[in-house]
Write a protein that binds this ligand. Structure first.
Ligand SMILES: [Zn+2]
Length: 79
């Protein structure tokens, strides 16, 4: 009788872990769809990545702040 209980509990653990794994796998592709990557641009002066909406554009480049835009044009970089 003890042996039977042992077998049943093992089987239960197996079933539970299998269903948990299935839930995890089913959730993964859904969460990837719901979190689209934000468009980021690189500051031409300090290489910092910033959201496109927050970037300051100028001289054909994007910058993280107005200060870097000025400093970059002053140093006269050629990419
Ligand atoms: Zn910068």
């Amino acid at each position: 009788m003890r042996y039977l209980i042992f077998i049943i509990s093992i089987w239960l653990i197996y079933r539970i872990s299998k269903s948990l794994l299935r839930q995890k796998q089913a959730k993964q592709p859904k969460s990837n769809k719901n979190t689209p990557l934000k468009n980021t641009v690189r500051c031409a002066h300090c290489n910092l990545h910033i959201p496109e909406s927050e970037a300051i554009l100028g001289n054909g480049h994007s910058y993280c702040c107005e200060k870097h835009k000025q400093e970059h044009s002053e140093t006269d970089h050629i990419d």
